[in-house]
Design a protein around this ligand. Structure first.
Ligand SMILES: Nc1ncnc2c1ncn2[C@@H]1O[C@H](COP(=O)(O)OP(=O)(O)OP(=O)(O)O)[C@@H](O)[C@H]1O
Length: 215
């Protein structure tokens, strides 16, 4: 689905070759600052590499329309935006940006159930806890029904048990629809349990520093 070749991005990231398979759950791990978010941004075409090529379905991402690309490849940021208004407003915001039809309330409620968020559609979203807002944002991307989901630490604000329920349920839905998921996590438990393809990033700066030290 994606192929990264001879990538360099500033002094943050250097990847010789990385293939990300279609219809699989790939989980990106690595210490803080190793460039996990940067990889997701490259795949979403939010940034471009200084050197090398990122291919999506065999085509250079640089040649694709970024707006269309981001409809196929949705990224859930580490601190997702919550808009003023209700839970319903937040659920449909993404669909409206994507010019997709707004489904009826039953479908919206089903998305909330999928992320174990037991709140009414009328609840004021800004009053939700951090963990509840994180699940609301996850439900919002689930509704977008894209081909690829890039999830940046989607369970960081959840306790272990809730994180496990939510991620398990999200991935089950994604698998049913043959989606490709690339998820960043710091949770060893989540990585061990759900990674079909584990991807571990080494810190680029660290390597440079170590080399300088040795030299
Ligand atoms: N646009 C940028 N310009 C300069 N430095 C940046 C830029 N974006 C990120 N960085 C730096 O690059 C490094 C990697 O950042 P990135 O967010 O990709 O790491 P990460 O592995 O996702 O970290 P974390 O686990 O803490 O979220 C960090 O040291 C960060 O401060």
């Amino acid at each position: 689905m994606f192929e990264l070749k001879d990538i360099r991005y500033k002094d943050i990231l250097k990847i010789g070759h990385l293939r990300i398979e279609e219809n699989k759950v790939s989980i990106l791990t690595g210490e803080s600052g190793s460039g996990k978010t940067t990889v997701l941004k490259l795949l979403n075409h939010l940034i471009s590499p200084d050197e090398g090529t990122v291919l999506y379905k065999g085509k250079d991402i640089a040649s694709l329309d970024p707006v269309q690309h981001r409809r196929n490849v949705i990224m859930l940021q580490q601190m997702p935006a919550i808009f003023p208004g209700t839970v319903r407003d937040n659920l449909i915001a993404g669909l409206m940006f994507s010019e997709k039809p707004v489904p009826d309330d039953r479908v919206l409620e089903e998305a909330l159930h999928s992320v174990y968020l037991r709140k009414s559609l009328e609840t004021v979203a800004e009053g939700l806890s951090g963990g509840e807002q994180q699940r609301l944002a996850l439900a919002r991307v689930l509704l977008l029904d894209s081909d690829v989901y890039l999830l940046d630490e989607p369970s960081s604000a959840l306790d272990d048990e809730t994180a496990d329920e939510v991620i398990s349920s999200f991935l089950k839905k994604a698998k049913q629809k043959n989606k490709t998921v690339i998820m960043v996590t710091h949770s060893k438990q989540i990585a061990d349990r759900y990674a079909e393809v584990p991807v571990h990033l080494e810190k680029y700066n660290q390597k440079i520093k170590e080399a300088a030290h040795e030299g």
